[in-house]
Design a protein around this ligand. Structure first.
Ligand code: 3HC
Length: 311
């Protein structure tokens, strides 16, 4: 049965078809997808914190309602992705425990502080912009529930990126102090946003297998390149500069050359040593523990309803 299963799986991958939860799949395919999809879900949930910090400080009701809508979207993205991950056989409770009490990763970018209102613009434009570049190819991931979750998420990310752009555009065309605030936010988020795409291809242990399984469609460096090319023109339109003296387009290679990124900082941040890791985890743990009564009440209600149905 395993031989037949493996053959069928390899045929699905070879013809670039989709693998559904009920299909046979290699244990390491299941394991790597659980790893990536759960970390993606954790990123969405932890990513709510920097922005939630500014909802009560938004400069207008319009901005407040837009930011609330965005943060709510992120919670929904986490829900889609935890649900998609559960189809691989790990329960949401276990995934949550891996994040809160274990050592599960989430995107490095959320371990940096959101110091000013302009950071809401830089996060929307750069972080959600980078997420779009990384997530559009994932709509075609071989694992069907992941690809399906990405389609809806990408649609909402476009709104996230646009609202971030608009915040920066208003500030950059406002008073000199507002323009400086926008420039400062871009200065702080530019390099960490480039590192969202993962380590250089030569140092990416998962890439080769992930690409062979049609999960990862483009390499970390390829997508980073694509993102840099996108934001160079947008930064000009914003009237802001990217804090990268090395940034130039190399005609010969057709590649954007950017500054070296600090991969020691990256490794430190993903190992828990970033500016906000401890605060983000403490907040997530408190929210989970404070919410235990809601989960218990919902479970008790569901049991009562089930008993009633059995009577
Ligand atoms: N933050 C944290 N960890 C990262 C990372 C990052 N930015 N980039 C890479 N890593 C980790 C990997 O998870 C891997 O560790 P692991 O084996 O323990 O999982 C290790 O560093 C080596 O990286 P690889 O390149 O070998 O790993 P992958 O092949 O998995 O590629 C990835 C990394 C490109 C991030 C890939 O996992 C991916 O595409 N994930 C889905 C996208 C995602 O998670 N996006 C989160 C962005 S934030 C977000 O979406 C919220 C939005 O609203 C802004």
């Amino acid at each position: 049965q395993e031989v037949a299963g493996r053959e069928a799986f390899e045929e699905l991958i070879a013809e670039d078809s989709r693998v559904e939860p009920r299909d046979w799949m290699p244990a390491d395919y299941r394991k790597s997808l659980t790893r990536q999809m759960s970390q993606h879900a954790h990123s969405e949930i932890i990513g709510m914190q920097p922005e939630a910090n500014w909802i009560t400080r938004a400069p207008s009701l319009k901005r407040k309602s837009i930011l609330m809508a965005k943060v709510q979207d992120e919670a929904g993205h986490g829900l889609y992705l935890y649900s998609a991950t559960e189809t691989l056989g790990t329960s949401r409770d276990e995934l949550t425990d891996q994040l809160i009490y274990g050592s599960a990763k989430y995107s490095s970018i959320f371990n940096y502080p959101a110091r000013s209102w302009a950071d809401m613009g830089a996060i929307g434009w750069l972080v959600d912009g980078a997420a779009i570049v990384n997530q559009v190819p994932l709509c075609r991931a071989s694992y069907a529930p992941y690809g399906r979750a990405m389609v809806r998420i990408c649609k909402e990310e476009s709104f996230h990126q646009r609202q971030g752009w608009e915040i920066l555009y208003e500030l950059s065309h406002g008073s000199p102090a507002q323009k400086q605030m926008a420039q400062d936010a871009v200065d702080r988020f530019y390099a960490p946003a480039l590192m969202m795409f993962g380590p250089p291809d030569a140092d990416s242990p998962n890439s080769q297998q992930s690409m062979a399984w049609n999960i990862k469609r483009f390499s970390n460096d390829e997508l980073r390149q694509r993102f840099v090319g996108m934001i160079v023109e947008q930064a000009e339109a914003l009237g802001l500069t990217l804090p990268d003296p090395e940034l130039r387009f190399d005609e010969e290679s057709g590649q954007w050359i950017h500054q070296d990124l600090d991969w020691d900082e990256f490794m430190r941040v993903i190992k828990g040593g970033g500016p906000c890791n401890a605060q983000r985890m403490a907040r997530r743990r408190d929210a989970h523990e404070d919410g235990a009564w809601v989960r218990e009440a919902a479970a008790a209600y569901a049991r009562d309803r089930a008993d009633e149905m059995d009577e």
